[in-house]
Design a protein around this ligand. Structure first.
Ligand SMILES: [Mg+2]
Length: 372
């Protein structure tokens, strides 16, 4: 498994709508920014992080892979995965300029590619290589019906379609208007339309402050909210701990946390109930497993954030015992050899060897960007 080449790539893939917004972000494409790693016997591993398809910053990630990590990987044995991860993550000059951000996103892509290689070499899907599936059916929740930019009518129509036609029993709806009463009104309409059985999570993408969240939670008391995701600024442990103590709605977060240390601090403070690691923001699958094990040790459920649109998390969630349900956003799946598909609200279990991260050649041809 001698590594012979490390070739970064950038794909900008269109969404299922022309554009979407939550309280913080507005995008038209999803960036699949990663690398192919090739071995002497001709195996090809693919890994990527997820971005807003902002080419200048995407190129910082690929430059980090090409100029900083590739020289540390070429000629090494990909079987020595843990040693290589540590070498890259703890390389003094790189650690000096980033234990988060660009270097971490780049390391995520490299790590996922190494896991993809390992599973392909074993001839097994990743979940099987890791130890087998914990469940027959991994339940999905649909986020793509609930964007903040959707009108109330579009939100109601999409939520009803997801539940009544597509078989989802769980959805997530974005909140975070300047006036939280607008969000209460939208949520009440969806609850009334769908009835009490459907599980509705909400997500403020870090928009509000503690008093706003407390007032909102009081008003949302009768809406049976499954979890409140990223209510406040991503790094604010104390405010999340206060909210978690003072409301009956469980707190979910983690998509903006880069390290196992950050998760440890939130968990130790009692500031999170649903733990949401993401292989594309943590340093790949290797660090994701550390976070999932940490959550398991605290008996907290793991519900990954899908920065890779669940191509990789479907494997990890079928396997890891702390996993419960998984996010479904169908933006990029059809650009991969094995799409992360859902049928009747349940993720299909991957069957092909690898981590489901190999893009189609035609997607490279049509949506690939110059590395500059
Ligand atoms: Mg979120």
């Amino acid at each position: 498994m001698k590594i012979t080449s490390v070739e970064p790539f950038i794909l900008h893939l269109p969404l299922t709508s022309d554009s979407i917004s939550d309280s913080t972000h507005s995008i038209t494409h999803w960036g699949v920014v990663g690398t192919k790693i090739t071995t002497a016997e001709g195996l090809e591993g693919y890994g990527f992080t997820g971005t807003h398809a902002h080419l200048p910053s995407d190129r910082l990630i690929t430059a980090c892979i090409r100029d900083c990590y590739a020289p540390l990987l070429i000629g090494e044995d990909a079987n020595d995965h843990q040693r290589l991860w540590t070498r890259l993550a703890r390389y003094p000059s790189l650690q000096w300029v980033g234990r988060a951000g660009i270097t971490h996103l780049a390391l995520a892509a490299v790590d996922v590619a190494l896991w993809d290689l390992k599973a392909k070499k074993a001839g097994q899907p990743l979940w099987s290589l890791l130890g087998g599936a914990r469940t027959e059916g991994l339940e999905a929740y649909n986020t793509d019906i609930g964007w903040l930019s959707f009108s109330k009518d579009a939100l109601l129509a999409g939520a009803a379609r997801a539940v009544e036609e597509d078989g989802f029993t769980r959805i997530k709806i974005k909140v975070g208007h300047d006036d939280p009463n607008v969000d209460i009104d939208r949520l009440a309409a969806v609850r009334q339309r769908l009835g009490g059985a459907v599980r509705i999570a909400i997500d403020a993408n870090g928009k509000w402050d503690l008093p706003t969240c407390q007032r909102f939670c009081e008003k949302a008391r009768d809406l049976n909210i499954y979890w409140f995701e990223e209510p406040m600024w991503y790094d604010d442990i104390a405010s999340h701990a206060a909210l978690a103590r003072n409301t009956a709605i469980p707190v979910a977060l983690g998509e903006q946390l880069y390290t196992v240390d950050a998760f440890r601090a939130f968990i130790a403070a009692g500031a999170v109930h649903y733990v949401q690691p993401d292989v594309t923001r943590l340093a790949g699958i290797t660090e994701y497993i550390q976070v999932a094990d940490l959550a398991l040790a605290h008996r907290l459920p793991v519900v990954p954030h899908a920065g890779e649109m669940s191509q990789v998390h479907v494997h990890l969630s079928y396997w890891h015992p702390a996993s419960t349900i998984l996010e479904y956003i169908p933006w990029i799946k059809d650009h991969f050899h094995e799409p992360s598909n859902v049928m009747d609200g349940v993720f299909l279990r991957p069957q092909q060897p690898g981590a489901s991260t190999t893009p189609l050649p035609e997607s490279f041809a049509r949506y690939g960007k110059s590395l500059g």
